[in-house]
Design a protein around this ligand. Structure first.
Ligand code: AN7
Length: 347
C-alpha cells in the first residue's frame, strides 16, 4: 500500500502523533535515469525526478498533504489559495479527500486546461480574477486570518516542509546528493524547500550539498532581473509569476549552494518540452521543461562535468497542459479501414 509523506517522514516534519495522516499516496516518485538526452549531451549520470506522478499530477501534493493535515488539526473547514493552476488542483484534491471546502483564486486566462478541469472535477469553488497570479495572491493573503480558513499557498510553512521530502527521496534514490539540481522557479517555494531538505540531510547524515540551478522564463524572470515584473509573460503558465513570495529564501538557496537562477526563452522551453517527450518518453508541462532547457543551455556552453550526477526536477505532468503538447501538431485524418489506405499513410 502506498505510504504518504507524512507517514514516511513524520520524524522530520512538524507533525505530532495527533496530526492526521492525510494521504493520497503522494511522494515516492521515480528518479528516472536519462536514456537519450544525457548521452547526447555528454552527461553520464543525468536523472529526472518525475514529480508529475504525484496524485494530482504535481509536486504540490507533498506540501499540500502536510498543510491540509495541519489545517484540519487547527479546525479549518476551508483550504484557500491563489494559483497558476497546480496549487489549485492539489488543494482541491486534498480538500475533497478530507471533506473540506476548497476556494481557489486563479488569474483569468492564465491556467492550463487540465488544471482547471481538475479543480472543477474535485468540486472546488473557483474564483477567476482579472489580473495576474501576483494580484490573486495579494488578494487571498488578506483573507488568511478569517476563522476556519487555511491559506495553503507556499507562504504556508507546512507546504515548504512537505515539499522538502522530495530532496530526501532524491538522496535516497541516488545513494548520495546530486552534484547539481535543476529546478523551475515561479513563486520560489520549491527551490526553498529542496534547499532546506538538502541542508537538513547534510547536518543529519553528512550528505554533501548540491549546487542549485533555478530556471525562470525570460518574460517572467524577476529573480534574474532583481526586481518584480509587473506583467509576466510566458507559455509556461505555471511560472507566470512576477513577484515571488519566497524571494529572499530563493536567493539564499542560490547563493548558499553556489548556484544560479537564470532565464530561458519560451522557444528553449518548448524545445526541451518536446525533447523530453520524444527522446525520453517523459511528458511534462512547459514549466517543468524550463529546468531542462537551462540544463541544455549549460551543457551546450560546456559548463557541466559529465561524470557528476545531475538531477532535473520535472515538477508537473504533461497532461495538465494538452494545448502545449499539441502545439504545432495535429491529429491525422481518419482513413478507410483497408490495408491499401494504411500502406499509403505509412509510405
Ligand atoms: C509545474 O500552482 O505557483 O517556485 O500556483 O506548477 O514553488 O512556485 C505553481 C508553480 C514549477 C514553480 N513547476 O514552483 C501554482 C504555482 C510547476 C508549477 C512551479 C510551479 P514554485
Amino acid at each position: 500500500m502506498a505510504v504518504g509523506i507524512i507517514e514516511r517522514y513524520a520524524a522530520y516534519l512538524p507533525v505530532t502523533p495527533a496530526t492526521p495522516r492525510i494521504t493520497l499516496g503522494e511522494g515516492s516518485t521515480p528518479l528516472v535515469r536519462s536514456s537519450r538526452i544525457g548521452p547526447a549531451i555528454g552527461l553520464d549520470q543525468l536523472y529526472f525526478k518525475y514529480e508529475g506522478l504525484n496524485p494530482s499530477g504535481s509536486f504540490k501534493d507533498r506540501g499540500m498533504a502536510v498543510a491540509a493535515a495541519r489545517a484540519i488539526e487547527a479546525g479549518a473547514q476551508t483550504l484557500l489559495c491563489a494559483s497558476t493552476g497546480n496549487t489549485s488542483a492539489s488543494a482541491s484534491a486534498y480538500a475533497a479527500r478530507c471533506g473540506l471546502r476548497a476556494v481557489v483564486v486563479v488569474p483569468a486566462g492564465g491556467v492550463a486546461a487540465g488544471k482547471l478541469a481538475q479543480a472543477l472535477a474535485y468540486g472546488a469553488i473557483i474564483v477567476t480574477v482579472k489580473g495576474s497570479f501576483d494580484r490573486a495572491l495579494t488578494l487571498v493573503r488578506k483573507l488568511a486570518d478569517e476563522p476556519g480558513v487555511a491559506l495553503v499557498n507556499s507562504v504556508n510553512p507546512y507546504r515548504i516542509e512537505g515539499q522538502k521530502t522530495a530532496a530526501f527521496e532524491v538522496v535516497e534514490q541516488l545513494g548520495r546528493a546530486p552534484a547539481r539540481l535543476f529546478i523551475p522557479v515561479g513563486n520560489a517555494g520549491n527551490i526553498t524547500a529542496y534547499w532546506r531538505g538538502f541542508c537538513e540531510l547534510a547536518s543529519r547524515s553528512g550528505a554533501s550539498l548540491p549546487t542549485l540551478h533555478g530556471a525562470q522564463a525570460q518574460g517572467a524572470a524577476p529573480l534574474v532581473r532583481g526586481r518584480p515584473v509587473l506583467r509576466p509573460q510566458t507559455l509556461a503558465s505555471a511560472i507566470r509569476i512576477g513577484n515571488p513570495a519566497s524571494w529572499s529564501s530563493a536567493i539564499a538557496a542560490r547563493d548558499e549552494s553556489g548556484g544560479t537562477i537564470e532565464a530561458v526563452g519560451d522557444d528553449e522551453i518548448m524545445a526541451a518540452h518536446r525533447r523530453l517527450a520524444r527522446e525520453e518518453g517523459l511528458l511534462v508541462e512547459p514549466a517543468s521543461a524550463a529546468a531542462v532547457a537551462l540544463l541544455l543551455k549549460k551543457a551546450n556552453a560546456g559548463s557541466l562535468d559529465g561524470t557528476e550526477p545531475i538531477v532535473c526536477v520535472l515538477t508537473g505532468h504533461g497532461l495538465k497542459d494538452p494545448q502545449a503538447l499539441t502545439r504545432g501538431l495535429r491529429v491525422p485524418r481518419a482513413i478507410e479501414p483497408t490495408l491499401v489506405a494504411l500502406r499509403r499513410v505509412l509510405g
